[in-house]
Design a protein. Structure first.
Length: 426
């Protein structure tokens, strides 16, 4: 069994690790990968958006399954191109991936499917945007892909206007519209579900931390840490939420002739009125994947193969360890406004000895052979423990071994889980 994983970040490193645990003992390839993934899979120097080259590589290597990690190749139609060649792929078609590619489209699908979400409007000018904001804080979202950085919570009129000008006039991420959303108050929850075009089966719940600084201060990032499971969200509750926010989307997309296969990520706000969807992603979340997959005891490869077939997940039951997982993101200097590169990373061997999982997100190999920074989010450290306190302590202890110039690390990841957790009684 040969499997090609497309991507080169911490999410893909976690996927490669989970696939390597499969009893099917797959031969793993990764394009383009990174120095950490190189120890566990053969790397192919192909960009994630080079659809033709990826299809040719999969065909040439007689790959049995292609697992698409990032959103960009999904939106670019990689899965469609693979399927046209008769190559199985885990991930949605370009049409189904529009659920992530366009915030406006996602809101329209939510409305048609009856999924609970906040009020919204879509605008293409600064004046229209300002007129659409009824109260503050307000949520402003760039309509297209923005690597998790296209969302601003505007506390006042000045911030809203500056953001609209940045997105629409300055075209910070390119030409697009802006979605103005009602601000939802509550606690965030990430719930991912495996989908086979017919049904949605929830994975273990997680919480992530979007802001760069402790206390959820500062600008949004792609994610600065996560943990799983979540206090108060047991399997029964996760199943109930998936029936409310995942299954209706799968049903609606099937009705439209664009069935969703792969992972459907729901970013939720647990409000006083119940769960409401903030956003959907058409792939595994990052860094939630790094906390969720180490807890999965089922065969991920088998699940992915089944999800790639219409209705293939019928009867699937997922098994999870009772252990908690805490993932820390180590970011580079200046992130999220800029990405530093070329800074030598020290302490990786010492961290690995701490019985944690270190996944590479934005790293490269220097000519000298040293591992250096090569992106905003550089490394992830994931630890398992009998409870959130044990996992959290192990993760932070291991992270202290890792050094590089300008390293950024939040110190409050999973603290709320520690505060709320009650030890199980015998």
């Amino acid at each position: 069994m040969k499997v090609l994983v497309v991507g080169g970040g911490g999410r893909e490193h976690a996927i490669v690790r989970a696939l390597a645990r499969s009893p099917q003992s797959p031969e793993l390839l990764c394009a383009p990968g990174n120095p950490g993934i190189a120890a566990e899979a053969e790397l192919l120097p192909i960009a994630v958006t080079d659809v033709d080259a990826l299809v040719a590589a999969a065909r040439g290597a007689a790959v049995d399954l292609v697992v698409v990690g990032p959103e960009a190749p999904l939106v670019a139609g990689l899965v469609d191109a693979l399927q046209a060649e008769g190559i199985a792929a885990f991930g949605p078609s370009a049409a189904a991936a529009q659920l992530e590619a366009s915030k406006e489209h996602a809101k329209e699908v939510m409305g048609a499917a009856g999924v609970p979400t906040g009020g919204w409007s879509s605008v293409d000018s600064v004046d229209a945007g300002m007129a659409a904001i009824a109260s503050y804080p307000a949520v402003l979202k760039y309509d297209g892909l923005a690597a998790g950085k296209g969302v601003v919570i505007a506390e006042d009129e000045a911030t809203a206007r500056a953001t609209l000008e940045d997105f629409l006039v300055g075209q910070k991420f390119g030409t697009a519209r802006v979605v103005i959303e009602e601000f939802l108050d509550g606690e965030e929850l990430s719930l991912l579900a495996l989908c086979d075009g017919v049904r949605a089966i929830p994975l273990a719940p997680a919480q992530d931390y979007k802001r760069i600084f402790d206390g959820d201060a500062g600008p949004n990032t792609g994610g600065m840490g996560s943990y799983s499971p979540v206090v108060g969200i047991d399997n029964a509750e996760a199943t109930r939420i998936a029936a409310l926010v995942h299954q209706p989307i799968v049903d609606e997309l099937a009705r439209r002739g664009t069935p969703f296969h792969g992972v459907l990520y729901a970013g939720l706000m647990l409000t006083a009125d119940g769960p409401k969807v903030i956003e959907y992603n058409a792939r595994f979340g990052d860094p939630e994947t790094q906390a969720v997959l180490p807890r999965l005891q089922s065969d991920l490869l088998d699940l992915m193969l089944r999800a790639s077939r219409p209705g293939g997940l019928e009867g699937a039951e997922l098994e999870w360890t009772d252990a908690w997982a805490v993932t820390l993101v180590l970011a580079g200097a200046g992130y999220p406004e800029r990405s530093a590169s070329g800074d030598v990373i020290g302490g990786l061997d010492a961290a690995a000895l701490a019985a944690v999982q270190v996944t590479h997100a934005g790293t490269a190999l220097a000519p000298s052979g040293e591992v250096v920074t090569a992106g905003g989010r550089v490394l992830n450290v994931t630890a398992l423990g009998d409870g959130p306190a044990a996992a959290r302590s192990a993760a932070y202890s291991a992270a202290e071994h890792i050094t590089f110039d300008g390293r950024q690390l939040r110190t409050d990841i999973a603290q709320r889980a520690v505060d709320r957790y009650e030890e199980p009684t015998a």
